[in-house]
Write a protein of this length. Structure first.
Length: 296
């Protein structure tokens, strides 16, 4: 396994811990997103300044780096609001449509177009998500404000992936992450203040969870994911991030005693199979896949 793929794997594992920490309900969802960014920024900024690794890019690139941070923060904020107005399952599912939007955006705006394998893998991975969640969930979907916010969250996330891919071709990972985290922190601080979110008064365990989120789920995870994004296709990275739902379910079973059914296991395996197809070196067709399945 090469370095970008290994970084992607470890990064996904780190961010998969985040939903388990959020489910502890020790701090409000939106303010936890702010501290996730702010703590990571507070740790990274002194390091890049002392080591003189902070490189300010040309103004257009700098503005795009700041904008990507705002889109990432918007994704987190809208996702939290969608959860409050519906369920975590619905909001997470709609947010995870991001690979579709990344594929469309890559086709329209990037020179490196999505391969046939990406589209095949996306279809199979989405089928895996349907199996994982269960068809009953889709029968209960209500196309209301919460639904639209969930879709909007996925679009914000997709724009962030595409912007970060573009910016990381023009600046270092550490500089990008520093600017990205600072703009995200400021944006979420303003939103939290306007919504009267509490910035203090948490328990010791609550503060511990906030620091774990900031250090592990944000700083470590997104340094690794940004490195992977810099060296891999944006479409491949975005689709691989779908696997965090599977890992989060496993961690919830391990630490929160949440149930895992055979259906969820089957859906997870289908999802991983779809992601694996995008890493296949040569273009394949659904006819070949079905043919091999029949032979087996």
């Amino acid at each position: 396994m090469n370095k970008p793929r290994f970084a992607l794997l470890i990064g996904i594992i780190c961010i998969s811990i985040f939903p388990v920490l959020v489910k502890l309900n020790l701090t409000p969802g939106l303010i936890s997103a702010f501290y996730r960014m702010a703590i990571a920024a507070a740790l990274l900024l002194p390091f890049v300044l002392l080591t003189r690794r902070l490189q300010i890019p040309p103004t257009p690139v700098l503005l795009l780096a700041m904008l990507s941070g705002i889109f990432f923060a918007s994704d987190v904020a809208v996702w939290n609001i969608a959860i409050q107005k519906s369920t975590a399952t619905q909001a997470s599912l709609l947010t995870n449509l991001a690979p579709v939007w990344v594929g469309v955006g890559s086709y329209l705006f990037l020179e490196n177009k999505p391969s046939r394998n990406f589209w095949i893998g996306t279809v199979i991975a989405l089928i895996g998500m349907v199996v994982l969640v269960g068809h009953e969930f889709f029968l209960e979907l209500r196309f209301d404000l919460a639904f639209m916010l969930g879709v909007l969250s996925g679009i914000f996330y997709a724009v962030y992936i595409l912007l970060s891919k573009h910016v990381l071709e023009r600046m270092s990972v550490l500089s990008f992450m520093t600017i990205n985290l600072l703009s995200s922190s400021v944006f979420l601080a303003v939103v939290s203040y306007l919504l009267n979110e509490p910035f203090s008064g948490f328990s010791e365990m609550g503060w511990l969870v906030l620091f774990v989120q900031g250090i592990l789920c944000q700083l470590v995870a997104w340094l690794l994911l940004s490195y992977a994004t810099q060296h891999m296709r944006a479409t491949r990275v975005s689709l691989s991030l779908l696997s965090q739902a599977l890992l989060a379910s496993f961690l919830a079973w391990l630490f929160l005693d949440e149930q895992i059914t055979l259906r969820m296991i089957a859906g997870g395996l289908i999802l991983l199979f779809g992601i694996g197809i995008t890493f296949y070196a040569h273009d394949i067709s659904l006819r070949k896949i079905l043919g091999r399945t029949r032979q087996v």
